[in-house]
Ligand binder design. Structure first.
Ligand code: SF4
Length: 434
């Protein structure tokens, strides 16, 4: 059914934009933007009760990894004291608005770049401003993305004392050869030692990132990565098939022949199933299409808020979010792009979110859809089940299905396939909602 695999949720989101006819229209959207005063007006009102989180972006890394296309830049001469002061100031400014201060936030996410490029003192300043100005639920999830060399046990414990209860550590592989190809800082032994030390010391949620299907990766190398994930006591693992982004160092090395890399879907699929199977055997369950976790150990609340179209207050240069009925993109101090949320887009984005978590409940997905559209979704789910991508989900209600291992592998394609059926039917009916 599928030939080219969508490897990440970003690909699926791109597929959704294409289906809605929004591709390539970003510039047009920006020109039609609202002024910041429209958002401010709403921020002076009371909140509407949506789930809510804070996203803090730190766009710097001390070196750029060969495979990366994230929104980041090499630190260079950036003034990190000034950046921490800017974020702390933003927290104070937003914390004064009724919309922010009248309802607690249940998740805070530091993403990047590398948030831990900031020193413990700089991060303390931000976390202090967070606690002083933003109401947080008692069990608020406070996550920090990090590389290993920018963290270390001492810093991790200092941040834990300030409320950080979840780290997501970019490791990518424990293979020495693979680490060289991916441009990681530590060698394999040091990476493993530091992970073990961190696990022993830090009692919160500890997740790591693993990349599979990198050039020349053997099944033995991947097996070893999977075994370390299971034995090291981590709580969750994000696992991504390597994406080769135009303009990255790896793209250039492959292009000029320094690194040989030709992979087929079958080669990728074999590695996916090996890793997924070993983690399942080791007691992990599917948390997201590209994330596995020990049961009950990693709620990853932040991502649920995002897919539920909750409020995500975006702070820092390059942070995007949703606030008080607007999409907000923070560019630099004092510069923000704002556009009103598109209800149609949000309806389908929510459906896309359901697919990310791997349990497809036809009844839930059909909520609010017009009859023909609902039928089109059900028929598409039946077809996907007949092709072996979905299985009935025992105990989860009539019509609910879970993904087979092939369904997980093709999960982002499946999401776009079902959304395509829904959007096509809705166009014919000329409406989305009943
Ligand atoms: S540390 Fe992370 S964000 Fe920075 S370049 Fe490497 S992969 Fe990208």
């Amino acid at each position: 059914m599928f030939t080219e695999r969508f490897r990440s949720h970003h690909d699926a989101e791109g597929g959704l934009e294409a289906l809605l006819g929004n591709s390539g229209k970003l510039a047009g959207k920006i020109l039609k933007m609202k002024s910041w005063s429209s958002v401010e007006k709403k921020l002076r009102e009371s909140p509407g009760g949506l789930a809510r989180g804070v996203y803090i972006h730190v766009p710097y890394c001390d070196r750029i990894c060969g495979f990366c296309n994230l929104n980041r830049t090499e630190r260079g001469a950036a003034d990190l004291d000034a950046y921490a002061a800017y974020i702390a100031g933003e927290l104070k400014t937003f914390g004064a608005y009724p919309y922010i201060k009248e309802q607690p936030f249940s998740a805070v996410y530091f993403g990047g770049g590398t948030p831990t490029i900031l020193s413990t003192e700089q991060l303390s300043r931000i976390l202090g401003a967070l606690h002083d100005n933003i109401p947080l639920t008692e069990d608020c999830e406070i996550s920090v993305e990090t590389t290993q060399h920018n963290l270390g046990v001492k810093k991790a414990l200092a941040l834990a004392a300030l409320g950080v209860n979840r780290f997501s550590v970019g490791i990518q592989t424990f293979s020495g050869r693979g680490r060289k190809i991916l441009g990681r800082t530590y060698n394999d032994q040091k990476a493993l030692e530091e992970l073990r030390e961190l696990r022993a010391a830090f009692k919160g949620v500890l997740g790591i990132d693993i990349i599979y299907s990198y050039p020349g990766q053997s099944l033995e190398e991947l097996s070893e990565d999977a075994e370390i994930c299971v034995s090291s006591g981590i709580d969750s693992v994000s696992f991504y098939s390597l994406m080769i982004h135009k303009g990255s160092a790896l793209y250039r090395s492959i292009g000029n022949g320094d690194i040989e890399f030709k992979r087929t879907v079958e080669w990728d699929r074999e590695r996916h199933h090996l890793f997924y199977g070993k983690l399942k055997e080791g007691g992990f369950t599917l948390l997201e299409l590209s994330k596995l976790a020990r049961p009950g150990r990693d709620a990853y609340r932040y991502i649920h808020i995002q897919y539920e179209n909750g409020d995500l207050l975006p702070l820092g240069s390059g942070a995007g979010g949703r606030l008080a009925g607007f999409r907000v993109y923070s560019m630099a101090p004092g510069r923000r792009f704002v556009s009103p949320v598109d209800k149609r887009h949000e309806r389908y984005y929510r459906m896309l979110g359901e697919f990310q978590f791997g349990l497809y409940d036809a009844a839930k997905m059909a909520e609010g859809l017009a009859p023909e559209t609902e039928n089109a979704v059900r028929e598409k789910l039946d077809e996907l089940e007949s092709l072996g991508f979905l299985n009935p989900a025992p105990g989860a209600g009539p019509g609910a299905r879970v993904l087979s291992p092939d369904g997980v592998f093709w999960g982002n394609n499946i999401a776009v396939e079902v959304l395509g059926a829904a959007i096509h039917a809705a166009k014919k009916e000329k409406k989305v909602y009943v």
